[in-house]
Design a protein around this ligand. Structure first.
Ligand code: DAH
Length: 341
């Protein structure tokens, strides 16, 4: 038994010394000193010794236990100190390391143009509306006087969700006119920017998704002169004082009369150049006086109220504002391009 005690002592002390961390040390404590540990197991055999042998063995066993406990405590302290040292080393902050450069982003040029546009209209008392991109064909077409059979309702032009052509991705922001008329008290002055979708192939001037801003005013005694006056004011704020506009007759189902508005080419001042394709003018938006039928369908009496509306392409506005030649650049989000604005 004496030899066994000596062997346990030797093994345990060596093992404690080799323990790499406090968890390993704790496992060793259980292994040697625990209830089912090696030393405990040996002590249980004491009963088999003769009464003369027992006191000396008991004393020896206690010495071994005390030695192990002391070694454990000692090694535990060492390991804790080592762990602390390591942590301090790991967590050292080198305050001389150069900082990581934070790259600040900025607004997309199209949204810069939109914000300018909004600020102008908000300044004139307009409310900015947001509306759904998934729209009812009823609001996108019927309520805007584009009846069954209107070419823009064709499946080759419009993204429908159902075979009955009732739910679609809006092809224009004009259904926001109907939503405003249906929900807002008169008089109404709104603009409604947002995405619209058409089955167009991507090229330098087309994209199946683009942005429009709808504008609408309904009040008593509103005339075409108000439309022209308002749009001229907006154009002067966007493109500079003295910028000339012209209004050409056009056709839209929901306005009567309808027109398109051009601005004099900023590049050549109206003489004709490649930017305006020799025209001297650049088409900017569609507009007109709201068709009496459209007002009636929304329960507004066209004998009492009148209104005007316009729809403008936002990408084109931004392209003109920042002299961007290709529409695709707006959507590609190449930072080398975006950084320039
Ligand atoms: N919705 C028309 C389009 O997408 C643009 C438009 C024209 C809007 C005339 C209007 C308007 O509000 O009065 O081509």
């Amino acid at each position: 038994m004496k030899e066994q005690l000596a062997a346990i002592r030797q093994q345990a002390l060596a093992a404690f010394e080799a323990a790499a961390d406090t968890a390993a040390l704790d496992a060793l404590r259980v292994q040697y000193l625990g209830k089912k540990g090696e030393l405990t197991a040996l002590l249980k055999q004491m009963g088999g010794l003769s009464p003369e042998e027992r006191p000396a063995m008991g004393q020896l066993a206690n010495e071994v236990r005390a030695a192990l406990e002391q070694a454990l405590e000692q090694r535990g302290k060492e390991l804790e100190a080592l762990a602390l040292e390591q942590r301090l080393k790991d967590e050292t902050l080198d305050i001389t390391v150069p900082g990581k450069q934070v790259k600040l982003g900025h607004r997309h040029p199209m949204y810069i143009a939109l914000d300018e546009f909004k600020a102008i209209f908000i300044g004139m008392g307009f409310t900015v509306l947001d509306g759904p991109e998934v729209e009812l064909a009823e609001l996108n077409f019927d309520r805007l006087n584009a009846e069954e059979g209107h070419p823009s309702r064709d499946w080759s032009d419009t993204f429908y969700f159902d075979k009955d052509s009732r739910v679609m991705l809006r092809s224009q922001t004009s259904p926001m006119q109907v939503r405003a008329m249906d929900t807002m008290p008169l008089p109404i002055r709104i603009i409604a920017p947002g995405r619209v979708y058409r089955k167009d192939e991507v090229d330098a001037t087309h994209s199946p998704m683009f942005h429009q801003v709808e504008g609408m005013v309904i009040d008593k005694g509103v005339t075409m002169a108000d439309l022209k006056g308002t749009l001229n004011t907006v154009v002067e704020q966007l493109y500079g004082k003295g910028t000339k506009t012209r209004f050409r007759p056009h056709h839209f189902p929901f306005t009567e009369p309808s027109c398109e508005m051009d601005v004099q080419c900023h590049k050549c001042g109206g003489v004709g150049c490649p930017t305006c394709k020799g025209e001297g003018w650049i088409e900017l938006l569609g507009a007109g006086m709201i068709h009496p039928k459209v007002l009636k369908m929304s329960g507004i009496d066209p004998e009492v109220y009148s209104g005007w509306a316009f729809g403008i392409g936002l990408e084109r506005t931004a392209m003109r504002r920042f002299k961007i030649a290709d529409l695709r650049l707006i959507f590609e989000n190449d930072v080398r391009f975006l950084e320039q604005f």
